[in-house]
Design a protein around this ligand. Sequence first.
Ligand code: ACO
Length: 334
Amino acid sequence: MTESSDKETLPNILSIGAAVPEGVVTNEELEKTLDTSDEWITSRTGIKRRHVLKEEEKPSSLGVEASREAIDKSPVDPEEIDLVVVATNVSDMPIPGSSPFIVKELGLSRDIPFFDLKAGCSGFLYAVDVAANMIGGKGYAEILVIGLEALSRVVNWDDRSTCVLFGDGAGAAVISKRGNRGRILSTSIYGDPSKANLIKVEGGGTRLPPAKGSEEDERYYIRMEGKGVFKSAVNMMKRSSLHVLEDAGLDLSDVDWIVPHQANIRIIKQLASSLGVGMDRVVVNVDEYANTSTATIPIAFKEGIEEGSIESGDVVLLTAFGAGAAYGATLLEW
Ligand code: ACO
């Protein structure tokens, strides 16, 4: 567990950008190829549509688009960015990941460091925590944090229990001590390795390297224990939310908006109910985008701002849970 509690040194989330593919797959379209129904998907998950990359589209281009928006909306010039962290579970390439391609396409300085960070659907909040601490400790000044996911490339589109749940997308944020917006009040990240097997893609790593004929092997696609994920997601998002509130010396009545990881409306409702918070203070867009993993929080955060829900000065609680049972929360004042 890490916890940033030196409030003097915590930086700001200056801006948010997001991008999703134009292509959309609706529940009705899935009904044509799978033994499923709009009714089943909507009632179990709240999902109606998901945005999905076309075969010829590059996932990293979504990260580039989201990053450009975040940089444009911040007072930071692209050449001032001195570190790029890309949270993603399935990179553009196993080697060298996605970050070098994004940095290259953005035309950032060739000498800045960049890396991919893998922490399930909590990756974006892990990256925010890492960035916040690196600005405090290592002397970086302007960090670009990206959540990028193209899970449509690793779901089995014949498996109704998983493919209906996911979509593609990216979100980005510029983190810096500059400015007076988006002050991070507390950020914490955690993990429970005893639950490491809840959500996984077994094949394609070093234990089970990519193989011929893998398209017939379910281990090369995303699989999960749905009920176990449900329970752990609620418990762990609640726990991390309470930790950051305590760390910041605030309580739930101080929180104007919760932006939770968007995996499933029932998980979100149960989280809100277990925290005693009404759904009128929770940003939800899982109906439109499904679960975009590391990208759900920045996409939903940006929508909450653009719709006029999240306003300047609001206290916003971000919380996520994902594969590896990695989880976390960030509290900030927008
Ligand atoms: N359409 C129709 N039937 C389906 C579908 C589908 N798309 N998917 C599964 N079913 C069937 C199952 O095959 C099963 O049939 P059976 O009883 O004949 O075997 C039946 O529905 C019930 O399946 P369950 O798994 O018991 O359904 P459950 O009520 O648990 O709902 C769900 C499944 C929606 C996945 C639920 O467990 C859940 O929300 N879990 C959380 C998982 C999640 O959101 N993961 C996202 C990734 S992880 C993350 O981001 C945190």
